[in-house]
Design a binder for this molecule. Sequence first.
Ligand SMILES: Cc1cc2nc3c(=O)[nH]c(=O)nc-3n(C[C@H](O)[C@H](O)[C@H](O)COP(=O)(O)O)c2cc1C
Ligand SMILES: [Mn+2]
Length: 481
Amino acid sequence: MKDMREWIAALRGIGELQEVAAEVDPHLEITEISDRVMKAGGPALLFTKVRGSELPVLINQFGSERRMAMALGGTSLDEIAGRIAQIAQMQPPQGLMDKVKALGTLKDLASLGTKSVRSGACQEVVLTGDEVDLDRLPILTCWPGDGGPFVTLPLVFSNDPRTGTRNCGMYRVQKVDRNTCMMHWQIHKDGRQHLLDSDGRVPVAVVIGTDPAVTYAATAPLPPALDEMMFAGFLRGDRVEMVKAVTQDIEVPAHAEVVLEGYVDAADIRDEGPFGDHTGFYTPVDQYPAFHVTGLTMRRDAIYSTTVVGMPPMEDYWLGKATERLFLPLIRMTVPDLVDMNLPLEGVFHNCAIVSVRKRYPGHAKKLMNAVWGLGLLSLTRCVIVVDEDIDVHDVSQVAFRAFSNVDPRRDVLVVDGPVDALDHAAPWPAYGAKIGFDATAKWDGEGQVRPWPEEIRMSDEVREAVSARWAELGIRLPGA
Ligand SMILES: Cc1cc2nc3c(=O)[nH]c(=O)nc-3n(C[C@H](O)[C@H](O)[C@H](O)COP(=O)(O)O)c2cc1C
Ligand SMILES: [Mn+2]
């Protein structure tokens, strides 16, 4: 897919998109409608008549596992993760079959770059200087306590002032007036570092509405040196086409729907928020830099893409799940003893990670906690629960059973201090506080278990198979069967 239109057409083609022709209000009403649809696991919505704007609004494009996988060109997230694992584990090919397979993998790698083009549909309409008017866009005011309208699904592009490396992160953008916004890049994020390393001003492009692999890539926690557009190119198997912005020295995806060009000014710090956030709480007003818009470019019939975050589950749950699945093979390159990982819904990404370990030595579970607290944005995880590898980390009930029964609080709990997520409201200080790890694995002698560890109860295979064989004969009906 090269743009959002192809994606919309694909969603429509498989019955995953519902068009809404009735007029709707971007002030709170779209949130209430979309929230109901997201919580019910419903389709993507295309609102074609939005009060106060000519642009239709696309929302909930990623709101199911099926759509999320489709967005990244696969049938399931695990299948896409498998492609990444293949590259992560790439060995020099041995036999002929291996060589043929390796060619497929190399083809994937060939799509890693980006391609600079001279013109793009995103610049069919160009407004500069006094013509810039953000009031033309159907920017949502999501929740009653919000500080204003927010662009909620923006791809924020900036370049490292020292190296020129591109970054693309999804940081919400609050609209202040017709050509001024606030840039909510948090303390741990790459875009913010660009501003710190600059002479006080960084050119920035806020891009709205691209093909879904590109949009997803903006949310992916890649190391700063890795260009998210290369990652997007790999995911979709085709290089992303980039075009020069009109008023700033920066490139933007050529096939985007809407682009806000401008600069972020370190000397212009103002109040940002409040904002009803993905944690389920409002984040309070805080100080962030202003983003001054010098150019607004669009397609002639541009479509505005957005989301609503709030009390989970919402659409962004699936963006986070994709990251959990796709990054697992990459994490396993350096932490091979981490078998599987689940960032459960209730943990809103940063509050909880459940991981399983192939335990080989005393203290192995605690080693894994420390590994998690040392990995990129995962390091901000407030609670890490470690279980043995035979436990399904995605079955929260199974995990809870071990966490409740296998943990001696004095021996099996680790509390550490360090950086926590900027949105963690329970931490006493902003972005700094405590994190906790629970070792819910079976304990060994060498871990201070002086009594024998009990065996879990399981019926023998022989009896289970025998009962299965005569189950029909017994005539017992189980609920739901
Ligand atoms: C819908 C959505 C909204 C987000 N909003 C913000 C935000 O306002 N500020 C922020 O720092 N991160 C936000 N994030 C998380 C970042 O996009 C994510 O951490 C990403 O990895 C940042 O890119 P970077 O690693 O290049 O800095 C949001 C993520 C999603 C899915
Ligand atoms: Mn980045």
